[in-house]
Ligand binder design. Structure first.
Ligand SMILES: Cc1cc2nc3c(=O)[nH]c(=O)nc-3n(C[C@H](O)[C@H](O)[C@H](O)COP(=O)(O)OP(=O)(O)OC[C@H]3O[C@@H](n4cnc5c(N)ncnc54)[C@H](O)[C@@H]3O)c2cc1C
Length: 476
């Protein structure tokens, strides 16, 4: 018999990959208790994420973890599509030391296990309980919470369950959520090496090498880490391509084994899939459990980190009585379309590689890769100003901003509106010159996204900022 009111934690996170641990960490930092379980006792060792965008660097800075990650990070100086001879077709190169609009390098490269170690240490320090070596095998929801059964027969009960259990998510299957195929299925060999010989000339930028003989990605990782990704031909098998001799042959144009030490290799099928819904009752999908995309834009994990950041403040607001349970609907309403756009964007990059391999420069007319990077839409943003739905830029002059919560930023424009959930912040007119003028204020969400740029803050706040309540309604 379940005691409906006894909880082991407010939030149970299934999966301690980067998304699950970030979700648990941000929930705890926002005042909830969290237990995160993983069936594995080890961090996933094979080559996976290598690049992180600026928005997520800024998120980790707010979470107090960016400094601990710094030893694992290096700026990525740019990315380009090149032809079979390595001639530039399209892309960009950044001067050393370039920072983006948020004050961080526009992209950094890293080693995923290194980042995950820093993340787990930070989460544990913040009060997340990590339970490793525990597989969730069943879940049951009722009006008050979720009870998960672990493979040793014990149960864990929480108000909410975040399923961050990866592409083959057990929880997703248990709650019956289907994946919607976005039409991409390719098999690639991924290789991580250490550069041993400085005389070897390798690309300075991340390169998508559109060689009709073999489409290849080359990425300069941090320090001496170098990544290659090779698309398999239809007649090649996983076993053949993973043979040391086959890998040596693929790397031969770049360097010998004495110059490039093979550290790790894996074969992956790159898919493009999005869950039909990101929520069933008290269960929320996040990360690869909710969306999978080919890695060409370096956005798989980054997209999952956005899930974690949004979900954590929504869950905290509802649990702590700052918002009505209806706010939970915003998670699927915002994250599913946005993730779908990211998936399609990544697929487009793969199609562009193929098109350049077949048609050279002419492929640029196909429109692949021309799509703007998606912004958030949905019930928690008010369209209008072009920066709405994107992350708040770093102020141009030193400015104190709240670390969390909703805030309304104005210069000498509209008078701040008294609202107990919204902090009013007066800034120097030079702080956000592209956004604020004498007639507009800017409403910023707890995840530092611009929710509105408005001449009428009272109306925008009434429309966007969740209403407080003391009771959660029945959700299941
Ligand atoms: C070659 C490659 C390159 C990539 N490059 C990039 C990149 O540059 N940038 C980027 O942002 N992304 C990239 N990605 C994507 C990125 O690696 C993934 O999106 C990210 O690891 C997903 O994190 P996650 O936490 O959602 O899932 P995972 O990291 O897969 O973690 C899921 C966890 O759940 C656990 N688990 C599963 N089932 C259960 C269960 N029943 N009970 C308990 N625990 C369970 C697993 O043990 C696992 O630890 C790349 C991926 C690949 C393959």
């Amino acid at each position: 018999m379940i005691d409906a009111t006894a909880f082991d934690a407010d939030v149970l996170v299934v999966g301690c990959g980067p998304v699950g641990v970030t979700a648990a960490l941000r929930c705890v930092q926002r005042g909830l208790s969290a237990i995160a379980v993983d069936r594995s006792t080890e961090i996933y060792p094979l080559p996976r994420a290598l690049a992180m965008d600026e928005e997520n660097q800024a998120m980790f800075e707010r979470a107090g973890l960016l400094e601990a990650m710094h030893p694992h990070l290096a700026s990525l100086p740019g990315a380009e599509f090149v032809d079979a001879e390595g001639v530039h077709v399209v892309g960009f190169e950044l001067p050393d030391g370039t920072t983006g609009s948020l004050g961080h390098p526009p992209a950094v490269v890293f080693d995923q296990p290194g980042i995950e170690r820093a993340l787990r240490a930070g989460a544990t320090d913040a009060g997340v309980e990590l339970r490793l070596g525990h597989t969730v095998t069943a879940i049951e929801q009722d009006d008050d919470g979720v009870t998960a059964t672990v493979d040793d027969g014990t149960t864990l009960r929480a108000r909410w369950l975040v399923a961050a259990d990866g592409a083959k998510s057990t929880v997703r299957d248990l709650v019956g959520i289907e994946m919607v195929d976005q039409g991409f299925d390719q098999t690639w060999l991924v290789i991580d090496t250490t550069l041993l010989d400085d005389t070897v000339e390798l690309p300075r930028l991340a390169q998508q090498r559109c060689d009709p003989a073999r489409i290849t990605t080359v990425v300069p990782g941090p320090g001496r880490h170098r990544r290659w990704e090779f698309r398999l031909h239809p007649d090649e098998t996983r076993e053949q391509i993973l043979e040391p001799a086959a890998i040596e042959q693929l790397l031969a144009p770049w360097g010998t084994p004495a110059q490039l030490r093979l550290d790790r290799s894996a074969v992956y099928r790159f898919h493009a899939k999005v869950a039909a819904t990101f929520r069933v009752g008290r269960v929320f999908l996040a990360g690869d459990a909710a969306h999978q995309m080919p890695p060409f834009n370096g956005q798989g994990m980054c997209t999952g980190l956005r899930d974690a950041e949004l979900l954590s403040w929504i869950l905290a607001d509802v649990t702590l009585g700052r918002a009505h349970a209806a706010l939970l609907d915003a998670y699927d309403a915002e994250r599913r379309p946005h993730s779908t756009e990211q998936v399609i964007h990544s697929v487009d990059s793969g199609l562009l590689m193929q098109a350049i391999a077949e048609d050279g420069d002419a492929a640029l007319g196909t429109g692949y890769g021309q799509r703007p990077f998606p912004k958030r839409a949905g019930p928690l943003v008010e369209p209008g100003h072009p920066l709405v739905g994107g992350p708040l830029p770093a102020p141009s002059v030193p400015t104190e901003l709240p670390d969390d919560g909703w805030f309304l930023v104005s210069t000498d424009g509209p008078r701040p509106v008294a609202h107990r959930a919204v902090e009013a912040v007066r800034v120097d007119p030079a702080a956000f010159p592209l956004i604020l003028d004498a007639t507009h204020a800017m409403l910023v969400r707890p995840d530092r996204l611009i929710a509105a740029v408005t001449e009428d803050p009272a109306t925008s706040i009434a429309r966007l900022v969740p209403q407080p309540t003391r009771s959660e309604s029945s959700l299941v």
